[in-house]
Design a protein around this ligand. Structure first.
Ligand SMILES: [Zn+2]
Length: 260
């Protein structure tokens, strides 16, 4: 099963050019975007982030999410990964005022991400390693990043440093279709960049509360992070999740302290 998967991953996924900018992500098996820095010229068209409305931000997130989905194989409703995720995430169509779109990518990497529009993607490689409750912790953690505004802030920062917002403003707030390279640039800045330890703790605290209030097993937050800590340094497991969500060992301890 795992070998089949690796083959599918290599065959079906378009691997675009390597990531730019200081992020150590070795040989990603999933499609990421190239073109960073080529289209958007940071500093050239600086605008205030405050001028970007939530509706505009959502449109940008929608476009980036649609492009990412086009470039990665999504587990359909009949796929075992799709079925499992739909079952374990039952009742999570929305949470805490956020409409969620939770799907699995048939990619072997141990990874997951969220976008500010409620898009959450969990990778099959992560699902292979984690129990249902551990996956729920990951979902809660990703929702935490969105609810704490980390995702939105990144998008605002990326747009502020780009010419995109200027164009949107000039047409009365209507956001036009972005080129794939522009979406790629936003993706790299909004999704692939590493979160700070402070942001990680905030998302973890949110996830712990999420586990408790939803009636999931809270200890799964700690065991998921302990698994990630154990996988750290294991060359067989491509751990993109750790490159964007650092320090699993210390975070596991924080989660354990919140169990009592
Ligand atoms: Zn995180």
């Amino acid at each position: 099963m795992k070998d089949e998967f690796a083959t599918l991953s290599r065959r079906d996924i378009v691997r675009l050019s390597a990531l730019a900018g200081g992020i150590s992500v070795a040989a990603p098996g999933w499609a990421q975007f190239g073109g960073i820095g080529k289209v958007l010229d940071a500093g050239k068209d600086v605008v205030k982030a405050e001028t970007i409305s939530d509706a505009e931000l959502k449109t940008y997130f929608d476009e980036v999410a649609a492009e990412t989905d086009r470039q990665n194989p999504i587990a359909g409703p009949k796929d075992p990964y799709g079925k499992r995720l739909a079952t374990l995430a039952k009742g999570l169509n929305s949470h805490d005022g956020l409409t969620l779109d939770i799907k699995a990518y048939l990619v072997k990497d141990v990874n997951a991400f969220a976008m500010g529009n409620g898009t959450i993607r969990v990778f099959a490689g992560l699902m292979d390693q984690f129990t249902d409750d551990e996956i729920r912790y990951v979902i809660g953690h990703e929702i935490g990043h969105v609810k704490a505004g980390h995702s939105k802030k990144r998008m605002q920062t990326a747009l502020r440093a780009s010419a995109l917002q200027k164009g949107a403003g000039a047409t009365g707030g209507t956001v036009g279709r972005l080129a794939s390279s522009q979406l790629g640039d936003l993706f790299n800045k909004v999704v692939v960049a590493q979160h700070s330890q402070k942001n990680e703790n905030e998302a973890d605290d949110y996830a712990m509360n999420f586990m408790k209030t939803k009636g999931y097993e809270p200890v799964a937050a700690a065991t998921a992070l302990e698994k990630l800590a154990a996988m750290e340094g294991d060359k067989k497991n491509p751990l993109q999740f750790l490159s964007t969500h650092p320090s699993p060992g210390a975070r596991a301890k924080r989660m354990r302290a919140q169990l009592v």
